[in-house]
Design a protein around this ligand. Structure first.
Ligand SMILES: [Zn+2]
Ligand SMILES: [Zn+2]
Length: 413
């Protein structure tokens, strides 16, 4: 019997867990109830080891041992988002939380509830069919993907528990037909870097600019000059984005402030270009400060970063072949996304290859109708939107099938 012939046996478990998780989302680094539930389900499944509080936050690691063979790391992320849910399902989230003294709605608007429930489903299926595979399965439930840093916060503690792995696998649900899978080798998701630049000028009266170094004018000049990095320094064949998303200075129109702050977000798809762009930002900011006669150089802090998700060609080829056998025509090439993920940090901590792919969450007919009408962008809610609630099925089945197939492609005998 094929492991997936028994898919129906875990379906009620996966669906019930999904409904519970969807109704009870928690924000990044606050996934306490969620993590406890993940650990409890791993124990109920009978995995050999369960570790809680792994790393800096709420990480959970389960180890399922089954004789000789490779060690495969599989990962699901656990955090929800500060979004008020706008969906008509009976398991809708009405949860709220406090951020900086403000009450916000909380929702699994990125589908991490799908990732958790279906990974638990796959693990249960694999645990019940140990005769079909051999090796070691390392199951990671990671906090704080949305704020980037959850994976990084787990790596040291994870390596103390699991000294080495052979390959890491991860999947994400997206706005695609729910029976389909998308996968591609190479860079599939962007690296991101957030830089906060503090410009130091010299404040004074708005009527006497000659006594000051005006950081507002300096900031304006920097914002425009930074736009030449992508338009003038990056080859037209490469892809990159640089956005100045925040600019803060001053309190009153007749006061020239001392400082100005810029928030910069960068997306790139290769490390060499990424390094070059960061150097260009540094060069332009400091040169503009010097040109303005600023009393000291600007301070540039990198406050948030994620690596490029760059699928290993060999691992991806193995997976694509296995997925094609399971899903037939429902496997499509993944189009490169400008969003970022920190999943690859887990593989990078071991210097091991990885693959990351997408499964669908939109009713197949609804998707086909929107595609035919040319209204995919307006009619199909995407991740992080208040209406991104995947259809229950076949979304969950597809994700369980995809992950189980991917694991068996490496552990099957
Ligand atoms: Zn997200
Ligand atoms: Zn996500």
């Amino acid at each position: 019997m094929r492991v997936l012939d028994d898919l129906a046996s875990v379906r009620p478990f996966t669906e019930e867990l999904y409904r519970h998780l969807h109704a009870h989302p928690e924000l990044s680094d606050r996934e306490h109830e969620t993590a406890a539930r993940m650990a409890a389900e791993l124990r109920a499944t009978g995995v050999d080891e369960v570790h809680e509080g792994v790393g800096a936050s709420t990480g959970v690691v389960g180890i399922l041992r089954n004789g000789e063979g490779p060690t495969i790391l599989v990962r699901a992320d656990m955090d929800g988002l500060p979004v008020v849910e706008d969906a008509i399902v009976e398991y809708r989230s009405t949860q709220t939380a406090e951020i900086d003294g403000q009450t916000v709605g909380v929702m699994h608007a990125c589908g991490h509830d799908v990732h958790m429930a279906t990974l638990q489903g796959s693990v249960r299926l694999l645990a019940e069919h140990r005769d079909a595979w051999s090796g070691t399965l390392v199951v990671v439930f990671q906090p704080a993907e949305e704020t980037i840093g959850g994976a990084r916060g787990m790596t040291d503690a994870l390596r103390a528990i699991v000294p080495d792995i052979d390959v890491a696998l991860g999947q994400h649900v997206g706005p695609y037909p729910a029976s389909s899978v998308r996968i591609a080798p190479g860079p599939v998701m962007a690296a991101c870097d957030e830089l906060i630049v503090t410009i130091h000028g010299r404040g004074g009266h708005g009527s006497q600019p000659e006594t000051t170094v005006d950081p507002v004018v300096l900031a304006a000049s920097i914002v425009l000059r930074l736009q030449t990095i992508v338009s003038r320094e990056i080859p037209s064949t490469a892809q990159a984005v640089l956005t100045v998303g925040t600019i803060h200075a001053g309190t009153k129109s007749n006061i020239i402030p001392d400082t100005a702050r810029l928030g910069i977000s960068m997306r790139t798809y290769d490390e060499e270009l990424r390094t070059r762009m960061r150097a260009a930002v540094e060069r332009i900011v400091q040169a503009e400060c010097q040109a303005a006669g600023a009393p000291e150089p600007a301070t540039i802090e990198r406050t948030l970063w994620a690596p490029v998700t760059d699928n290993d060609p060999e691992t991806t080829a193995t997976l694509t072949a296995a997925l094609a056998e399971e899903f037939g025509d429902d496997v499509h090439p993944m189009v490169r996304l400008s969003g970022s993920e920190d999943f690859s940090e887990l593989a990078a901590a071991y210097g091991r290859p990885y693959a990351f792919w997408f499964t669908g969450g939109i009713d197949d007919e609804r998707y086909a109708a929107a595609e035919a009408a040319g209204t995919l962008l307006t009619d199909i809610p995407s991740n992080h939107s208040p209406g991104f609630v995947p259809v229950l099925q076949p979304t969950l089945d597809t994700a369980v099938r995809a992950m189980t197939t991917a694991v068996l492609a490496h552990l099957g005998r």
